[in-house]
Design a protein around this ligand. Sequence first.
Ligand code: DOR
Ligand code: ZN
Length: 429
Amino acid sequence: MTLSVINGKVLLNGELAEKNVIIENGKIIDISDNSSGETINAAGKIILPGLIDIHTHMREPGLTHKEDFLTGSMAAAAGGVTTILEMPNTKPPTTTLAALEEKREMAKKAVVNYGIYMGATADNMEQVMKASNIAGVKIYMGSSTGNLLVTDTEVIKKFFSSGKRIIVHAEDEELMNKNAARYKGESNPEIHAKIRSSEVESSAIKNAASMLSSCNYKQVHFTHTSTKESMSIVKEAKKNNNISCDVTPHHLFLTADELGRQGNFAKMNPALRSREDVNALWNAINEGVVDCIATDHAAHTKEEKEASYWEAPSGVPGLETMLPLLLDAVNKNRLTLQRLAELTAANPAKLFGVRNKGKIEIGYDADLVVVDMDKTKEVKNEELFTKCKWSPFSGWKLRGWPVMTIVNGNVVYDEGAVNDIKGREVALE
Ligand code: DOR
Ligand code: ZN
């Protein structure tokens, strides 16, 4: 089948060009003034490479009351995200080859493309070494949702030197537990930012960075880095090759004040930060210290979030709001479209070895998002595809929205509706 997306402006090599994109058998076969087959009129719209979100939680198996591969991937499609990399803190966690294969089966429900991480434990190195085509190995240096945690320096160094891509959740478990003990008698969600303080994060990143000097690593990626100090530590660490980081939309657009306003609905790990930290993240984005933007899409039900501070789980959904938030920022001149596409498509593809994706180029996979830079719309809970049906950005009026998402040449999202056409597991280097 041939499909042509015509009359739009296409982001090609960092520039917008009025070209048609011609797709056959899921691949881009031509970018020119020609067209053939069925046509989609994208007049007045911009065509970007589909987003690759390197940090998502689909909750399958074991936590499907929160999300599953179908609902989570529908949220992805609605947010212009055509590939998701999925985290291992499920039930059971993805720490064995058997659990990996079980997850692969479940992921077939997804309507976007996907890759799967494994989780590191004190004793699963052997399993991880046998795994093929995984997105990487996640190390939780601090505990979060689920029970994955590795605090032993020797174990962490072994994983760093394993030849696998490593993705690090950097929070200092010991420091965090000390802080938690101090606030034991309190229950206002605002204590979250004090327990999971910026020192908790920078201490872990510093420790990890110092371990790296004695490790022969393939790539070490610090995920959801969120503070001014983290940015300077990562900047220094990046003087060595193959060290990278991402930031989340919630750390870019919200501050710790939200814990006062939204309570546990603004509780996530790492915690929301100060205005000064937020500004430092934006500077780091524009300076090139930040490599990717990734959602850490982590749905929990409203009921779970309505529990007391100590009971309520950490995490917020983000797949449907990342692109509108960033397009709104482009409209406000905080970011360029080129940089947006680098941070959400080209760099994730390059750093995580996602083959044949992340750019609009002849021969690449036809994973595209058509955006309307002038569309203004409010984020509404009832319109969300995520199973949890809430967002910390609910009520935000944003200008710039995805209107169509094409995955492997198929129209999977079209103006508010998702078509159930399956994605596939990506090839990873
Ligand atoms: O806020 C978070 N939620 N941070 C994590 O590290 C895990 C995630 C989840 O799975 O809920
Ligand atoms: Zn996460």
